[in-house]
Design a protein. Structure first.
Length: 370
């Protein structure tokens, strides 16, 4: 059987991780393309297949690369998701991304709605952790509860050992973090779709033997909130952090005025926060079937692991496993009519058919990093 060619846009740590994971499955081949020549050279030194730029504009290169691919996965926000989705359509590629930008996802959705009917191509934004894996977990819960249910989804991506007052590190995407902390948070309250302020509704949550603070953040459950308006009493997403984080962030954003100078906040966090691969992912869903009922909790914990001397981050494993499983199902396992696939529309029950999804099992060591 001929291997299915996948184009991965972005040569950063997630682009390399996804490419390496796909490359371990004989059914796929993966090639990385990036406008960042230094990152592309590093990916090549790490033994990954790369597509050399022609020297023309990167958009012209993309059209050439896409003609030899079945699907494209965007990992780098420096490439326009709408432009790439359009090029994917023109060149007969499925489109997926792991971005956390709700505005970009909405723009891709608008593009797909304007495409001619009858094509067999799939467009799936938000295929990472949240939106992505966590969205699917939440969708499974929402399918089982009644109209009075109150659901709160908690997710934390945290350094295993906090070393500063923020209790945080440069683990994932600083740009994504700023979007989550400064944009309105879509939620359902009293059955109605509402926009909550970020960093609000703070509470203390005890998980895995530790105590964490939780507060609203943006972007992770937007699609589910729109879909379930009028069908559930409450749906809220909250981020988990080590105690004290919220107070320091509010000091930076409000007292220091960085909410109006996000470029300075971005520079500060990128230069001051330590990088780490030694992280952990905490996922918890709290369900109250009716306002007077007892709480029901569902929990999943993922930890970084060291294999053959290399530390594999939990967030990297979760993100790559989910988008690779989505790619697997779209390309090989599911008859698709084509069109938009919203986050959570393909849930864990279907994704478990893909061997990539096994990597989200905490009992298995993570593999496939560059």
């Amino acid at each position: 059987m001929t291997a299915i060619p996948i184009l991965v846009i972005g040569a950063g740590r997630m682009g390399q991780r996804i490419s390496a994971m796909l490359g371990q499955d004989s059914r796929f081949t993966a090639v990385i393309a990036s406008p960042d020549g230094d990152a592309l050279a590093l990916a090549a030194r790490n033994g990954l297949a790369t597509a050399a730029p022609s020297g023309a504009g990167f958009r012209d290169d993309l059209s050439r690369f896409l003609t030899n691919s079945r699907a494209v996965i965007l990992t780098d926000a420096s490439t326009s998701p709408v432009e790439l989705a359009r090029l994917a359509y023109e060149n007969g590629n499925h489109y997926l991304d792991i971005l956390e930008n709700g505005t970009a996802s909405n723009a891709v959705a608008e593009l797909v709605r304007d495409l001619p009917q009858g094509h067999q191509l799939c467009f799936a934004s938000g295929c990472g952790l949240a939106p992505g894996h966590v969205t699917g977990l939440a969708a499974e819960v929402l399918a089982r509860v009644g109209p009075e249910a109150e659901v709160t989804v908690f997710v934390g991506v945290l350094p295993a050992h906090p070393t500063n007052r923020l209790g945080y590190a440069n683990i994932w995407s600083i740009d994504g973090l700023i979007d989550e902390y400064t944009n309105p948070c879509l939620a359902i309250k009293g059955g109605e779709l509402v926009a909550l302020p970020p960093l609000a509704e703070a509470e203390v949550v005890a998980l895995e033997g530790g105590t964490y603070e939780a507060f609203t953040t943006a972007g992770s459950l937007d699609a589910l909130a729109r879909q379930h308006t009028g069908r559930i009493g409450s749906l809220v997403f909250k981020t988990l952090r080590y105690p004290g984080h919220l107070d320091y962030m509010q000091f930076l954003l409000d007292d220091m005025g960085l909410a109006k100078r996000l470029y300075q906040l971005r520079s500060l966090l990128k230069t001051a926060l330590p990088h780490t691969e030694n992280d952990r992912v905490l996922i918890a869903l709290r369900v109250r079937p009716t306002p007077d009922a007892a709480e029901i909790w569902t929990k999943q914990f993922l930890h970084a692991a060291t294999v053959a001397g290399h530390c594999y981050s939990a967030i990297g494993t979760a993100t790559a496993a989910h988008v690779c499983a989505m790619t697997d199902l779209i390309c090989t396992r599911m008859p698709m009519d084509g069109g938009l696939i919203a986050p959570g529309a393909i849930g864990p029950a279907l994704l478990r058919a893909s061997p990539f999804f096994d990597l989200l099992d905490p009992a298995r060591p993570p593999v496939g990093a560059a």
